[in-house]
Design a protein. Structure first.
Length: 136
């Protein structure tokens, strides 16, 4: 059995001479693919903020339901809880749609900038003569 660079022998290493550790370790995606520059989209942070507020409100509803009905939180949620949930869901939907629209715009703009421009040709053979008459 051949010796490997330390550690147990893997099934895919048997029968091969391994001169260095670099051949044993498969490449990571960061080694193979170039890094993609990210564009900033503030609407994704708004979606997360509204989502976290929604979750906290739901937990508060559960706590008010299981707790004392005369507690200030229970009274507040009983009066304004429905409108609070509706406003949070509307915030999630609106900021989500804005995030998707801005992401689509940024992606389309980036693809337009990455597209190579066609070369400008001044070949006179490709343009029709201006004085040519149509013969019948």
């Amino acid at each position: 059995m051949r010796k490997t660079c330390g550690g147990p022998t893997k099934a895919w290493q048997i029968g091969r001479a391994v001169p260095s550790r670099e051949l044993i370790t498969p490449p990571f995606p960061s080694d193979v693919m170039p890094p993609v520059p990210s564009t900033h989209n503030p609407f994704f942070q708004l979606v997360m903020l509204f989502g976290m507020l929604f979750i906290v409100t739901i937990f508060a509803f559960i706590a008010a339901l299981l707790g004392d009905p005369s507690a200030p939180l229970a009274k507040l949620l009983e009066r304004n809880g429905t409108m609070l949930i509706i406003a949070e869901v509307a915030g999630i939907v609106v900021s989500g749609l804005c995030a998707m629209a801005l992401d689509r715009y940024q992606t389309a703009r980036k693809s337009e900038n990455d597209r190579p421009t066609p070369p400008i040709t001044t070949d006179k053979r490709t343009t029709p003569p201006q004085d040519a008459e149509i013969s019948q």
